[in-house]
Design a protein around this ligand. Structure first.
Ligand code: GLU
Length: 515
């Protein structure tokens, strides 16, 4: 039978890095074996049951290229894929357990349960609840429940071990005597999550349940539900957590806002986000997938990074293109201990992927960032595109993220140069700098072909003839023409600007620095 793996996100409004890593492991296994990857939406938590809280999750998956074969928007033969629409299935399964003597109604009140717990604590014995109707015959339980519906509990079989043969954690065992009789249906008829997920996984014919390690303790009860429902057990694999960078603390969804540091906020602002826009979204921080899209990471790099987060192909490879990852992924090479999230490594990988991207695609990826910054309009002319392409070529591997086009490209695309005060002080107000510019101007005006190699030769010849070091010229010429100290190679920059702009900006710089 082919593999059917699933990821079951709650609609939280964002796709968390830790979650999507778990999803990727499921996806890889499905793709490797020609199986199915299914998205099931755990939306029984009414408050968050909103479609706008799901959309960012679906968008994140689509951006990463992690397509799902069944689930929201695509449907499938085993739907509905939303827990909120599957209540009748949970009810039917619970009734089956009631009728077969695996469940019983429990009329005890919260106060009675609390008193039981208190008594157990006082006697220093582990508290496990077994309801008074646990041993009532099944048909009597059905009658009671029909007459007066209430909480339904699962009758945990005693004196046994619940065994989870986990593909990552190994064989894990738990004595059932230590497991209470779990509620499967609340008095209001709603199913408990632990039960619902089993019913779903059975209905959806899931063969592999690969999920976060925190669910392992629940799995002991879940295994008993499968057995009682007469369903085959899926394979389980519980993936270790992802920790915060340089920390033993879990990269938690709860306090991810702290990843929106002042530095990250500044980065977002330099690519055109306002404080209000940043604050209006709770997914703009490095713990979510959306952040990487907004910063212009290549999705392939993010996928590669996530795949390596706790899984290794051969103990050393970091750059693992997707086809290879699909081919080589195995759960037994998922590390049994927590993985540590390392944004620097992700950034490095982003650069590696960008190096390999064909220039036209790089240009396409940069355009939305230029547009957002107001440096180009909705549509661009062929000449504008050629200019952007020249910038991209000149910037070369300095562009690791598409948003990197802004620091390198802005000066070429703004009609007017913006002079950075510090650069002007340091490079143009330096004694002799303006004379160099004044004297170099006629050479620039007369230079026959205004391309990078010719300009390179021009400047070096000029330096030699005037007893200067090239560095004496490069810095003032760069600041005078681009306004800043860093950027693409100077000769590429001059060629992209063109003679007219270069000459105009040098005049402007001289006026500014001598004022
Ligand atoms: N919605 C659950 C979670 O996000 C899924 C648990 C499971 O995979 O069974 O943790």
């Amino acid at each position: 039978m082919s593999i059917r793996a699933r990821f079951a996100p709650s609609p939280t409004g964002y796709l968390h890095i830790g979650g999507v890593r778990t999803a990727l492991f499921n996806w890889l296994l499905a793709r490797q074996t020609g199986g199915q990857f299914i998205l099931r939406i755990d939306d029984t938590d009414n408050e968050r049951n909103r479609s706008e809280a799901l959309q960012p999750i679906l968008d994140g998956f689509r951006w990463l290229g992690l397509t799902w074969d069944e689930g929201p928007e695509v449907g499938g033969p085993y739907g509905p894929y939303y827990q909120s629409q599957r209540g009748d299935r949970y009810h039917a399964a619970a009734m089956k357990l009631l009728e077969t003597g695996h469940a019983y109604p429990d009329y005890l009140t919260r106060e009675q349960l609390d008193a039981e717990k208190k008594a157990a604590d006082a006697a220093k014995v582990a508290y496990v609840h077994r309801g008074p109707h646990r041993d009532t015959p099944a048909d009597e339980c059905v009658r009671l429940f029909q007459d007066k519906p209430t909480t339904l509990r699962f009758k945990m079989p005693l004196a046994q071990e619940s065994v989870v043969a986990d593909l990552i954690c190994g064989e894990c065992r738990q004595r059932t005597d230590l497991l209470g009789d779990p509620v499967i249906l609340r008095a209001d008829g709603r199913a408990l999550y632990n039960f619902a997920t089993v019913v779903d996984d059975i209905d959806l014919k899931i063969t592999h349940v690969i999920r976060a390690r925190e669910h392992l303790p629940n799995t002991y009860s879940q295994v008993q539900f499968y057995l009682a429902l007469g369903a085959p057990l899926p394979q389980f694999a519980h993936v270790p957590v992802v920790n915060e960078p340089n920390s033993k603390k879990k990269l938690s969804k709860r306090d991810m806002a702290k990843f929106l540091t002042a530095e990250i906020r500044q980065k977002l602002k330099t690519i055109g986000w306002t404080d209000a826009e940043i604050d209006s979204r709770d997914d703009l921080n490095p713990a979510t997938v959306a952040y990487y899209r907004e910063m212009g990471y290549l999705p392939a790099a993010v996928v590669n990074y996530l795949g390596r987060l706790g899984w290794s192909m051969d103990d050393h490879s970091e750059y693992i293109p997707l086809p290879q990852m699909i081919e080589r992924f195995t759960l037994d090479r998922v590390n049994d201990s927590p993985a540590s999230f390392d944004p620097n490594k992700l950034y490095w990988l982003a650069g590696e992927y960008m190096k390999l991207l064909p220039i036209p695609e790089k240009v396409d990826g940069c355009l939305p960032f230029l547009r957002r910054a107001g440096l180009i309009g909705e549509t661009i002319t062929d000449a504008e595109r050629a200019k952007i392409e020249a910038i991209v070529v000149a910037a070369g591997d300095r562009i690791k993220l598409f948003s990197d086009i802004l620091p390198y490209g802005a000066t070429f695309l703004r009609p007017e140069v913006i002079y950075e005060t510090k650069a002007v002080e340091k490079r143009l107000k330096k004694p002799g700098a303006l004379d160099i510019l004044r004297n170099f101007l006629p050479a620039l005006e007369a230079c026959e072909s205004f391309d990078a190699p010719a300009l390179d030769k021009l400047l070096h010849d000029f330096a030699t003839n005037n007893g200067l070091k090239p560095g004496d010229m490069v810095h003032p010429v760069r600041v005078a023409t681009t306004g800043v100290e860093v950027g693409v190679g100077l000769f590429d920059a001059l060629a992209i600007l063109g003679r007219e702009t270069v000459v105009r900006r040098i005049h402007q710089a001289i006026a500014l620095a001598s004022a």
